[in-house]
Write a protein that binds this ligand. Structure first.
Ligand code: C2E
Ligand code: CA
Ligand code: CA
Length: 878
């Protein structure tokens, strides 16, 4: 069964895939969906029983379906359209399938039955899938997202495939042309040999058959009595059965094509009966028959036959076959008349004039051009080229530059030239020079070379080219005793773009970044893509004075959002910078130093530029060492990661009371001692070790809190910090659930702290995941509010229970009016939204007093207590 399907001739994909996608989707979401193409009707079939199908057909009329389709075609609907029927409990939606540039290709027609609104007196089929309005709408959004990514991927791979195919075609075509030229030269040379007609013809049949790629080539001759036909020469491709023995003394009448006319018969032609019989009898699938006429009567037939496989002849095949016919004709005439080339000169000229290559015959001794064909004249129309080529024609010692061919300055064309010595009509030794135009081939080769140096996605030069250019610049700068620099950029958290928004969006981002960097003045052409999300820039010795400026411009680029999928997306980057040559001995050292500098930038908290210096190397070594230790600690069941608890105070009538604690991890390492999180969380995130560590902290914190709840403080809550890496895990909800089950803690006593920076790029996703956490009964706090990308809108639209105001505001409070005003505004806004406010970093009396003025109910800080071990905390607060 053919399961590939084309939507509007634009997109090919597998209908089986779509069907299974649809089947699974309908089953999981208790609804009905089918896929309909814009112009080709229904693509998938109904998922469900016959009774279900009948019900859906009855309730979801074809008029309504058409109406949905039309609303996409005329552009009134965007991606999702809703329709209403006469019965309230039936829900109808359409979700658009779009191709490249948003072209509408088809639609998912979706139908759902709302179980909450089915009238009591209604009878519906027994096994009908039932859902709710809310679930149905969520599923529709899911279809929209899935479709977007599914087709975006398809479109991308398909365009790539298409490009590859087109390139293969050109390559094939060029090779074909060159081969033809080669064969023609060989054949022309053959004509000159002293061999007999049959020996030469045999060789020609072989060359021609090989070139055209058919199974049999042959010469048929009509006997002198004009009644029979004999095959006098035959060539067959490897393993092919020869026909020559069967083709002896065949009555002329049995060969329908031998009537003096040429025939080109491809396999798909409808044949007259006589031909049909002949073809079947000899197993021929396609053939070219060309009469060779001498003195007004057909002397021979040149045949190209394909047996076994079907064949369609191309224009090029036909042209070639006719050239061969003319050559054989010339040979024949030559044989019949005299033995000199002179007599066949006229005939030969016809061929040479039309040949696709330039020919010159010259007498070197006399410095005389004897003959040029039209193609040659046309090739060297240009005066400059014509003069230049004259020298080559008469230069006995001229050798063609190897590999590259001859380049004509005036026309910009490239030629392959071959020299042969032949006997001229009057017997003197002359030189025949053939010119093949290989400009296309050269261009193609250039393109291929360029592709090998370039990165396909961004069009920037790739890593190999970068390394080569660094080496070159290194040599030059050293010689001139000048400085140059190399920058290496790595996008921060690029993996989360790919994971969160899909690979095609990730690719978009890379493209934008690449072009924006490459467009900065002084950089143009010197930007390279050296890894997935890594870019390098060479600031050469001429531009080194602008290094600071270049770095500043790059940093500025990343201070603004990129527009992805029509939405703003913030992405930061880390950059390493190395200046050379100074004490550097070779170019590879530059790359090593670059990596070290870049890692330095990452380690210092990303979003910055670091220059390489002496210490960088040590920092790097230290980092690698720490990495191993961190990993080992995780493998060792996270035992070294201890959880400390800092009390959180609630103001009741102005008096602070402990109401729980924030769990803060410490790494108690045998090598490093007690390490605070700021020194290892970043690295643990990069290595994804934070997943294991975070789960460990969550479990330990929940255990502790459950213990407090059971022993006198049922109201105590525990706050757990979540990194973005943790939140983007698809199984994060399962992990939380299993900790709740394991510890039997009241989920309402678990608060998860997240930062706004996670929401900045995908508010929708953030809202979804936080709502899901709250649906489990847990609480959510927005941590470090006021730092980074703060937005009051986020407070309004994010499902949160608590806002934690960053400690920077508290410490600045009495010296800075803004901080005070900020806390005031936030606390008022929080009040109106019924969200708690917690201020962090409270250290002194004065701050406690000032907080008292606002409607802030929670506080945390050294004033009350530092983070304590569990024992210490329990001793004091239990
Ligand atoms: P955070 O969530 O803002 O945690 C509060 C930090 O402020 C803690 O630092 C705490 O010791 C410190 N702090 C508390 N009161 C005061 C004060 O009065 N003055 C000053 N100057 N500082 C105070 P810590 O424990 O070093 O944690 C640093 C950061 O590490 C945390 O910042 C949090 O973002 C992260 N972190 C800690 N534990 C975990 C964890 O288990 N998972 C994840 N993902 N991150 C964690
Ligand atoms: Ca926190
Ligand atoms: Ca905080």
């Amino acid at each position: 069964m053919d399961t590939s399907y084309r939507l509007n001739n634009e997109l090919e994909f597998n209908t089986d895939d779509m069907q299974s996608l649809q089947d699974a989707f309908c089953k999981a979401n208790d609804m009905y969906v089918i896929c309909v193409g814009k112009s080709h009707g229904q693509i998938t079939s109904f998922s469900g029983s016959q009774a279900e199908e009948e019900f859906c057909d009855l309730k979801f009329s074809s008029e309504m379906k058409r109406e949905i389709m039309d609303s996409f075609i005329d552009g009134t609907a965007d991606n999702i359209v809703e329709r209403f029927g006469t019965e309230e409990y039936l829900m109808y939606r359409g979700v658009a399938i779009r191709g490249a540039a948003g072209a509408f290709l088809g639609v998912w027609l979706c139908f759902g039955v709302d179980k909450n609104r089915i009238p009591e007196d209604k009878t519906i089929p027994e096994n009908l899938k039932l859902t709710t309005l809310d679930a149905f709408d969520k599923s529709i959004l899911l279809i929209e997202t899935l479709t977007k990514y599914y087709f975006a991927e398809k479109i991308k791979t398909q365009t790539l495939k298409q490009q590859l195919l087109e390139e293969k075609d050109t390559e094939h075509e060029i090779k074909y042309k060159l081969k033809k030229n080669e064969i023609m030269t060989d054949i022309l040379r053959l004509m000159e040999s002293e061999n007999s007609f049959s020996k030469i013809s045999e060789d020609i049949l072989r060359e021609a058959g090989n070139y055209i790629g058919c199974t049999n080539t042959a010469l048929l001759q009509i006997s002198e009595n004009d009644i029979d036909v004999d095959m006098i020469l035959e060539w067959t491709s490897k393993d092919e059965e020869a026909l020559i023995s069967k083709f002896q003394q065949i009555p002329l009448m049995d060969l329908p094509f031998m009537n003096g006319k040429p025939y080109t018969i491809s396999s798909d032609a409808t044949l007259p009966e006589a031909f049909e019989i002949f073809f079947i009898k000899y197993g021929i699938k396609a053939a070219i028959f060309l009469p060779i006429t001498v003195n007004d009567s057909t002397a021979m037939y040149l045949c190209f036959m394909n047996r076994g496989a079907e064949r369609k002849w191309s224009v090029d095949d036909l042209r070639f076959a006719n050239d061969i016919k003319r050559i054989l004709h010339t040979l024949l005439v030559k044989k019949i008349t005299t033995n000199s080339l002179a007599s066949s000169y006229n005939a030969l000229e016809v061929i040479l004039q039309n040949a696709g290559y330039g020919i010159v015959v010259a007498d070197l001794a006399q410095k005389q051009t004897l003959y040029t064909n039209d193609t040659f004249n046309h090739m060297f129309e240009n005066e400059i080229d014509r003069l230049a080529i004259q020298e080559i024609i008469f230069d006995e010692k001229y050798t063609l530059p190897e590999l590259s061919g001859y380049s004509a300055n005036g026309s910009g064309k490239w030629f392959d030239i071959s020299f042969n010595s032949i006997k001229w009509v009057d017997g003197r030794n002359v030189r025949m020079i053939t010119f093949y135009d290989i400009t296309d081939l050269r261009l193609y080769q250039k393109k291929v070379e360029k592709q090998a140096q370039e990165d396909i996605l961004t069009g920037l030069y790739n890593r190999q080219t970068c390394e080569k250019d660094i080496s070159l610049e290194f040599v030059v700068a050293k010689k001139l005793n000048r400085e140059f620099a190399v920058l290496m950029i790595d996008l921060d958290d690029f993996a989360s773009v790919n994971e969160g928004l899909g690979y095609s969006v990730g690719d978009d981002l890379l493209e934008y970044v690449a072009h924006s960097i490459n467009d900065i003045s002084y950089i143009k052409g010197k930007c390279y893509r050296v890894g997935g999300d890594e870019f390098a820039i060479i600031v050469d010795h001429d531009n080194i004075a602008n290094l600071e400026l270049i770095i500043k411009r790059i940093m500025n680029l990343f201070n603004n959002p990129w527009i992805l999928n029509g939405q703003e997306y913030y992405c930061t980057m880390s950059m390493g910078c190395v200046k050379a040559p100074a004490d550097i001995n070779d170019a590879t050292e530059i790359l090593t130093r670059l990596n070290i500098a870049l890692h330095g930038a990452k380690n210092k908290g990303k979003n910055r530029c670091e220059y390489y210096n002496e210490q960088s190397q040590e920092v790097m070594t230290a980092k690698v060492k720490m990495e191993q230790a961190l990993r080992k600690a995780v493998e060792d069941d996270c035992k070294e990661y201890e959880v400390y608890f800092q009390p959180i105070m609630e103001f009741i009538n102005g008096v602070p009371n402990c109401c729980g604690a924030e769990a803060l991890v410490r790494w108690n390492s045998p090598e490093y001692g007690l390490v605070v999180p700021d020194r290892f969380i970043g690295q643990a995130e990069q290595l994804r070790l934070i997943l294991a560590i975070g789960e460990h902290v969550m479990r330990e914190a929940a255990k502790a809190c459950k213990y407090w709840n059971d022993f006198g403080h049922p109201e105590y809550k525990v706050n757990i910090n979540f990194s973005v890496v943790q939140l983007t895990q698809s199984d994060i909800l399962d992990k939380i659930k299993s900790v709740i089950e394991e510890t039997s803690i009241d989920p309402n006593n678990l608060t998860f702290e997240v930062t706004e920076s996670m929401a900045i790029n995908d508010m929708e996703w953030m809202t979804r995941i936080l709502s899901a956490i709250r649906d489990l009964g847990c609480r959510v706090a927005l941590d470090d509010f006021g730092t980074g990308y703060s937005s009051l809108n986020h407070i309004r639209s994010m499902p949160i229970d608590t806002i934690k105001i960053d400690k920077a505001f508290v410490s600045d409070m009495d010296s800075d009016n803004f901080s005070e005003a900020f806390i005031k505004t936030i606390s008022e806004l929080a009040d109106s939204l019924d969200v708690d406010v917690c201020v962090e970093g409270v250290e002194i009396d004065k701050q406690v007093d000032m907080i008292g003025k606002f409607s802030v109910n929670l506080a945390q800080g050294y004033y009350f207590d530092k983070p304590l071990t569990r024992e210490e905390f329990e001793k004091k607060y239990l």
